[in-house]
Design a protein around this ligand. Structure first.
Ligand code: BGC
Length: 762
């Protein structure tokens, strides 16, 4: 049996059970934005396991598999690729292979130290003759040197002198479990194994990404008696077998210094050289130094991004787990990269970019990192604008339609209703430009790059909306809103509302540029072939956008005809019928009134300051009881609005639904990997929900409350060159400007002047 131990900084697995191996492998994942891996064992494990090593930006276009092909379907679904296995170390004790699926062992403990981002594991191996060996493994994927990982693997012989051999290796012969046609996605390029170092280089089929992994090694605590290079499986498996002799009571340690590089950063024909050089340098620097530098990087991340919760260890562990994995997934130093819903923790979902990035993750990176990190996410979309224009053209619409799921700007999701109908994603992408600009006060992105995205997506909306002459309104027909539990609907309120907003924001932004950045304004007009008439059309479409509502109920309508559906509440359903997506036929789901995730409420969150408290209450009270929250992205939005309308308990209850989603295996799918993007939602529930953080008229506003079961909590905000600490306790709110110049902010609707280093208590 495995137990998940409560701990504020660590994820600790005490004991081992084969059945839970995948679950813990997911929890113990680690990464540095450039690469990442699941918590797989270093030594052999012949039992059930999801092997996963991932290299950022390296993917495979797996040919679409659908029953009936429809024109316009994307050719492929981009798969996050399981790449060269670089952690492997075969361990032989007196000739016996250490394999925990077969061997006898006790005292198994695996722990992920989130503060240091180090994975540690220990167990006592009992050999066939009953002798005992303590084994300890420690590894990290360096945040300081993103191409480097290091492993320390120790064996202590407790009972007698022993022959211990290690075979550190690299294995390029790996597969994806989710391959559509059970194909291998890699071709062998080259490899070399010597007694000192090895490398293997593999190339992806079709996309032709070349990845090279190399390692060097070091043994401490025992003499190396034998060593011989290993090259098997036509070169795809390389390593070195190292024989040592260990006396009773002594410990031998193998250090494996790994480097993984891809041709996304270095020339393809040089990458093995680079990988080998990196691995050798890493060995020269030594394990302790590498670890020290890595921990220092994480210390900086935690310094800005930690949230502390006193009086609730589970909540503390939960939020740190989320912050930790968001940072493992995305480090923001390369605008070609993005945040996959499973990050580096599993294969499911493929693709790297969903609207999740702009609608959820951006808030987290804005609040916890320097602005360049969030800006990289915006630049990513700007770089893919041409592809979004092509995508719209393919569908017979003007302007740009960003893909629902993508790796390189091309659509790679192939469910009809999602690919073609969930067009609301365009609005999240433009909303992110506003979000960034409002939060940072930096208008340079908007004026130089963002404006192109705004104009092209506005062209899309203006072309996609159709004018209803009789009613003198614009309508958007045949869409799927964020609520994927109904398709091909007309006038989804959220989509129409956000299209209206987006068009309006484009017009406003052009006006701002005309006033403040006249040259850039002129250049944008020329570059984009924009005319005053077109801008007037944007304004007209925005002002005449039809927004369905029910005046009697005082609510915005999910979509035309929503109230014709039989109105049942989730609380009236038999609990055994949930989750609907597992228990009901798809047809039944589509006909029902049940809403998968925040939809109208998502709009009320984005356009938060445009709605009154009363409107929020009415819509919350109508839609929350009809929402099944079967997307992990849902509860956080409701939680934020619940907090805002004074439903503190409800806000907390909703927060709990995602705070420990993976740790508590709430959806019974942690085995597949972690829900990385919804982790940002948990952060939002605390900072925007409980903390009441908003940007209004260029000012930072806070209105915190404390969940009853917490003693106190605190978070920091990186805001316009400052670091602000917010602490909320029984006694009230304390604000401390830890870094940066004095600033005025708004606390509970009152202006507060914060001076560096001086606490302000409310
Ligand atoms: C949600 C989408 C989301 C996707 C990836 C789906 O279940 O409905 O809104 O983009 O998951 O996280």
């Amino acid at each position: 049996m495995s137990i998940l131990v409560n701990n504020e900084w660590k994820i600790i697995q005490d004991g081992f059970s084969k059945e839970e191996n995948r679950f813990f492998e997911s929890l113990m994942s680690s990464g540095n934005g450039r690469m990442g891996l699941r918590g797989n064992h270093e030594e052999d494990y012949s039992g059930d396991s999801l092997k996963g090593t991932y290299v950022a930006g390296v993917y495979y276009p797996d040919k679409t598999r659908v029953g009936w092909w429809k024109n316009g379907y994307p050719e492929y679904f981009a798969k996050v690729l399981n790449a060269i296995d670089f952690i492997g170390i075969r361990v032989f004790i007196n000739g016996e292979v250490v394999d925990l699926a077969k061997a006898k062992f006790t005292n198994y403990k695996r722990e992920l130290d989130m503060k240091e981002s180090v994975l540690r594991r220990s167990f006592t191996f009992i050999s066939a003759d009953g002798s005992e060996f303590d084994i300890q493994a420690e590894r990290f994927v360096s945040y300081a040197s993103p191409d480097v990982a290091a492993i320390r693997y120790s064996v202590s012989s407790k009972s007698k002198d022993a022959e211990i051999s290690f075979l550190p290796f690299l294995d390029g012969d790996v597969k994806n479990e989710d391959a559509n046609y059970n194909e291998k996605f890699w071709d062998y390029v080259s490899s070399k194994a010597t007694e000192e170092s090895s490398y293997v280089t593999m190339k992806t089929r079709k996309t032709e990404f070349t990845v090279s992994a190399a390692f060097t090694w070091n043994v401490i605590g025992a003499d190396v008696v034998t060593k011989s290079a290993v090259n098997e499986n036509n070169g795809e498996y390389v390593g070195v077998k190292i024989g040592t002799k260990v006396s009773k009571g002594a410990t031998v340690t193998l250090e494996k210094y790994v480097s993984v590089v891809s041709d996304r950063y270095y020339e393809a024909n040089k990458i093995e050289e680079v990988a080998l050089k990196n691995a050798k340098n890493a060995k020269e620097n030594g394990y302790s130094k590498l670890l020290e530098e890595h921990i220092a990087k994480w210390a900086a991340i935690w310094h800005m991004g930690d949230i502390t919760i006193e009086g609730d260890v589970l909540a503390q562990q939960g939020i740190r787990f989320n912050i930790y994995h968001l940072n493992c997934t995305y480090s923001g130093d390369d605008p070609r990269l993005n945040i996959g819903p499973k990050g580096f923790t599993g294969e499911k979902y493929g693709g790297s970019t969903y609207w999740d990035t702009e609608a959820y993750c951006l808030y987290f990176y804005l609040g916890t990192q320097q602005p360049e990190i969030a800006r990289s996410l915006l630049v990513y979309r700007h770089n893919q604008l041409d592809k979004a224009i092509e995508n719209a053209q393919k569908l017979g619409v003007k302007g740009a339609l960003y893909p629902m799921v993508t790796m390189n700007g091309e659509e790679c999701h192939n469910e009809w209703e999602i690919t073609f109908e969930e067009i609301h994603r365009n609005a999240a992408i433009t909303y992110a430009i506003k979000n960034y600009t409002d939060y940072t006060g930096d208008e340079s992105y908007l004026a130089t790059k963002g404006i192109d995205v705004l104009v092209q997506t506005s062209r899309y909306w203006a072309s996609r909306a159709n004018y209803n002459k009789m009613k003198d309104v614009y309508m958007i027909l045949g869409v799927t809103g964020p609520n994927e539990y109904e398709n091909n609907v007309n006038n989804n309120w959220y989509t129409n509302r956000m299209a209206k907003w987006s068009l309006g924001y484009t017009v406003e932004s052009l006006k701002l540029m005309k006033e403040k950045y006249a040259d850039l304004y002129k250049a944008a007009f020329e570059r984009l072939g924009l005319t005053d008439a077109e801008v007037a059309q944007f304004a007209d479409t925005s002002s005449k956008m039809y927004l369905p509502e029910d005046k009697e109920l005082g609510i915005f309508l999910q979509q035309d005809g929503y109230l014709d559906k039989e109105q049942i509440l989730v609380s009236e359903l038999d609990k055994n019928e949930l989750p609907l997506n597992k228990k009901w036929s798809w047809d039944r789901i589509l006909r029902s009134c049940f809403i998968k995730q925040a939809d109208v409420l998502q709009g009320m969150w984005f356009l938060n300051d445009q709605y009154t408290k009363d409107q929020k209450i009415r819509n919350f009270d109508f839609y929350e009881p009809r929402t099944v929250h079967e997307s992990s992205l849902s509860p956080c939005v409701y939680s934020i609005i619940a907090a805002e309308i004074g439903r503190e308990e409800k806000a907390y209850e909703l927060y709990l639904r995602t705070a420990r989603l993976d740790l508590d295996n709430y959806n019974k799918d942690t085995d597949d990997g972690l829900h990385i993007t919804s982790m940002a939602g948990t952060w939002m529930s605390i900072v925007h929900g409980f903390g009441g953080m908003r940007i209004k008229d260029g000012e930072l506003c806070l209105a915190p409350f404390k969940p009853a079961s917490w003693k106190d909590y605190s978070f920091r905000l990186v805001y316009r060159g400052r670091l602000l600490k917010v602490n909320v306790s029984e006694q009230g709110t304390t604000l401390l400007l830890e870094e940066g110049e004095a600033i005025d902010i708004v606390l509970f609707d009152k202006k507060v002047s914060l001076k560096p280093g001086i606490e302000f208590k409310s």
